[in-house]
Design a protein around this ligand. Sequence first.
Ligand SMILES: Nc1ncnc2c1ncn2[C@@H]1O[C@H](COP(=O)(O)OP(=O)(O)OP(=O)(O)O)[C@@H](O)[C@H]1O
Length: 228
Amino acid sequence: MIQMKNIYKKYPNGIVALNGLNVEIDQGEFVYIVGPSGAGKSTFIKMMYREERPSSGQMLVDGKDIGKLKNRKVPFLRRDIGVVFQDFKLLPRLNVYENVAFALEVIEEKPQIIKERVMEVLDMVGLKHKAKMFPRELSGGEQQRVSIARSIVNTPKIMIADEPTGNLDPDTSWDIMNLFEQINAAGTTIIMATHNREIVNKLRHRVIAIEGGLIVRDAAGGDYGYED
Ligand SMILES: Nc1ncnc2c1ncn2[C@@H]1O[C@H](COP(=O)(O)OP(=O)(O)OP(=O)(O)O)[C@@H](O)[C@H]1O
């Protein structure tokens, strides 16, 4: 469902972040992206939801070259892709319910469906009882749960996470990983950049290691493989 063919990315400042990268990811896979700082992990991930465009090469999602997608079509692509960040990126003036509902309101879903679906995903992440609270009133782990709820509310086929446990303590990180496991078990493809060696070594999935903008290792059930 995701194919990168000879992806090369040079930023305007001249830095080459991806240097001819080839990879295929199938529906339902769980893939960790690992590698040293500055290796190109975030850039790799940004290609998949069209936050960045390749300088050359093809970035195919379901056979469509999203690198060539017109800007006005990007919101349609994003309906199929949920994104979770290290710093949650919740809207501070909206409460938990509203932060999650927002994703459905922008696609003009029916109010009754929005209500049901939002409460369903808040229940799934264990935050139904905090629906009226604001992000600043929540712990980091709770904020990440809200951002996960937001990312799955429109049942995307792909979920992309850039260091989702980067700001969380170890116990909370495991709770968040349990949620990702559940989401993946329901059929959603998960692609997660991480520096969390314990998680990668314990919850085994495909590991793609990037160094210097190239894939240097790609192993099913692989380990983290770095000492950082
Ligand atoms: N918007 C940008 N403009 C210019 N250069 C960038 C930009 N974003 C990233 N880079 C550069 O591209 C290279 C790869 O960065 P990237 O963020 O993809 O690495 P990373 O593997 O995600 O690193 P980290 O683990 O530290 O988050 C780095 O040299 C970085 O400085």
